[in-house]
Design a binder for this molecule. Sequence first.
Ligand SMILES: *Cc1c(COP(=O)(O)O)cnc(C)c1O
Length: 432
Amino acid sequence: MKFYSTNNSAHQVNLAEAVIKGLAPDQGLYMPTEIPVLSEDLLNKLPEMTFQEIGYEVIGALFSSTLSQDQIKELVDHTLTFDAPLVKVEDDVYSLELFHGPTLAFKDFGARFCSKLMSMLMEKSDRTVRVLVATSGDTGSAVANGFLGVDGVEVIILFPKGKVSELQEKQFTTLGQNITALEIDGVFDDCQKLVKEAFLDKDLNEKLLLTSANSINVARWIPQCLYYFYAFSRLPKNGKKVAFAVPSGNFGNIAAGILAQRMGLPIDQFVAATNVNKVVPDYLNGAKFAAMASIATISNSMDVGNPSNFPRLLALYDNDEKTLKNNVKGYFYSDQETEVAMQKVKKAGYTMDPHGAVGYLGLSDFMAENSDYQGVFLETAHPGKFRETVERALDLKLELPERLAAFMDGKKKVEAMGNDFKEFKGYLKGLF
Ligand SMILES: *Cc1c(COP(=O)(O)O)cnc(C)c1O
């Protein structure tokens, strides 16, 4: 399988290059040149298959020209070590719980796959890969924990000072070993910009093997399609059309759902739900795509003003904006609306985190206008990860899951830095 750059379809590279480079030299995102379509026969068998078996088939269809059967099995087994239960919340409304991994957020799927694939691709090299990650919270913890102790890979995490919850911070600032955390005096978009600049810097790239593990990396992005296949296969077969609502920030997760659709999974409709960082819903509702400065919200892992995977949405629909806008409906919500939804659903017996609640709201609004659907919203984080918000909004005390509680005992260790590229570059040069 080859990958092309969304900025130049003639620029094509193999899997190893796409994964190690992360971003194409022209700043485009890598996309598979061909998207395999699964057979009708296989799609019909999904309900009887386990999550892992589905993983072997889907990853096999995508990567069997590059990886051996054994490697594909090893990758999937390393990634899918936890379940993604589909929980009924209301009639025809299901929560896909993606938070049963080590850091209790859906990013564990992509991070585990990515770390395993990178170490496979680097096995025969004696160079050190430096993974640069900008995070608004969950990416940092998932990537740090996914890569912890992996040979030949060092992870450098950039996070905005004071904009990440204490518990999130603890999950990537206390690990040590091959994980370094840089506390940036700025917002998430500054962190993202510093990382992008480093990838484009000639000096640095001559000396260092820099890569990304953000959702722009195909190794993070692609495996996320797996749980769409799995969730779809677990829905009742009742003749209703299927909608997936995805609480979105950088739009990697929803783009992976659209990839599953392009591979033949008959998802009828996507709902892109955001907080007030609503660049994409505005675009889907007819405005021009216009990046903006990010705004802080209670669903802070989605506080993204310039969603980096947006070009993938267009590419997945062959740059046909009309089809994209028909197939993906955009909705956005204030913090207050989010809290009201959390309270309403809690009364019905289900606790949502603020991100999942945004997805739930999008799905509810879509289904109110469209009959004959059953829908799934992606519950992207455990409510305990956003404990303060959830406890305040729902007026209750949450049990912190043991895995999370254990992080709180660790000691925070960071390097403080401004949001100026010169300073960051100086730091990286210190690694030559
Ligand atoms: C990262 C994140 C999102 C947004 O996912 P994207 O792929 O960036 O759209 C949503 N919810 C949670 C909890 C996250 O950590």
